[in-house]
Design a protein around this ligand. Structure first.
Ligand SMILES: [Zn+2]
Length: 340
């Protein structure tokens, strides 16, 4: 796999990689929109699958690459790390007798979010306005390019059948998996998984390596707390939801990004600047040079908006279609300014 799903030259090797004894990661470079990672923990006669990707073709490709392991250790448990469709819409492709576990907060959000048909409609709509002038056209191009590689028509939603709150330990095929709910941060019900016997952590979308993080829910303080928790675990290998596998240095780099962004938004919010003005100012700061090469740097607008709303006492960014369209118009605008 030398190109990304979006057709760009890949920055790292995709496919199935063993990162610890019997612990595999399915990597989709470069970790941009929908290019998510999944995991497989293989035990004696049973395995655990962590996340199932965005659509049927992607899920099937991954499961057949995993087949040499799952034929002797069938998937007994599936863990969905959070409610974003790109991490769980492939659930229907796993064996019917596998249990599917997530946090109670994630399951609730899964029921609230737009279904695959809604996303297919959004892609169609974006495609029809992509040649329009101005902001509408820029938004249309951005959203239709973002969704282009995926096939939502074949997605049949299969929701998790088990939930938990707080912490939970699972034993599958003699291997221990320690789950901790750390949301709301990226989404309402984020969870992370520690595999202590291999020193591997699956940080899901609490970790973005070489990729600009996206915050839908917040508050940011929870995300920072989650990063401190991940660093406190006995682990050498950190698997992000998006981007290449890394270690503590990558976790710390993400923490630096959040601290820089948090301080900047606080300053500009206090000076009465809007979220968009704040984002425009931040991308001109010298510190931004460090983050300009991360995939999707324009997503800074989302996080600035989320923190700005927090400081104004408003809730998370609304998920209604008009609110999302407005956000993507701003993302597309900042992308042009960054590339200028
Ligand atoms: Zn994600």
């Amino acid at each position: 796999m030398n190109v990304t799903l979006h057709g760009a030259p890949a920055r790292f090797e995709g496919g199935l990689r063993e990162v610890g004894r019997g612990v595999f990661v399915w990597l989709q470079p470069d970790g941009g929109w929908g290019e998510v990672n999944a995991g497989l923990v293989v035990g004696e006669g049973a395995s655990t699958l962590i996340d199932t990707l965005w659509d049927q073709p992607r899920a099937r490709e991954m499961l057949s690459a995993m087949a040499p392991h799952t034929v002797v250790a069938p998937i007994e448990l599936v863990i969905n790390t959070h409610s974003d469709g790109d991490h769980w819409w492939g659930n229907a492709e796993v064996p019917d007798d596998a249990a599917i576990l997530t946090s109670a907060a994630s399951l609730e959000t899964m029921h609230e979010e737009a279904p695959p048909a809604g996303l297919a409609r959004l892609r169609k709509l974006a495609g029809t306005v992509r040649h329009a002038p101005g902001a509408a056209g820029a938004m249309g191009r951005y959203v239709s390019d973002m969704l282009a590689p995926f096939d939502f028509d074949g997605v049949r939603l299969r929701h998790p059948d088990r939930t938990f709150k707080g912490e939970r330990t699972e034993q599958v095929g003699g291997r221990e998996l320690r789950l901790t709910e750390v949301g709301p941060a990226h989404t309402a019900g984020d969870l992370v998984i520690h595999v202590p016997d291999a020193g591997v952590v699956f940080g899901a979308d609490i970790l973005f390596f070489g990729v600009t993080p996206a915050m839908w829910a917040g508050p940011l303080a929870n995300w920072l707390r989650a990063l401190d928790l991940l660093l406190s675990l006995d682990a050498d290998v950190y698997v992000p939801g998006h981007g290449d596998v890394g270690g503590r240095a990558e976790v710390e780099a993400l923490r630096d990004y959040w601290r820089w962004l948090d301080a900047g938004v606080r300053t500009h919010h206090a000076a009465g600047r809007s979220a968009m003005e704040t984002a425009r100012t931040l991308i001109r700061e010298p510190q931004f040079a460090r983050y300009r090469d991360w995939i999707c740097p324009e997503r800074i607008v989302m996080s600035v908006t989320a923190v700005h709303r927090e400081l104004s006492g408003k809730g998370p960014i609304p998920s209604s279609p008009p609110a999302r369209a407005r956000l993507f118009a701003q993302i597309a605008a900042i992308k042009r300014e960054i590339e200028r």
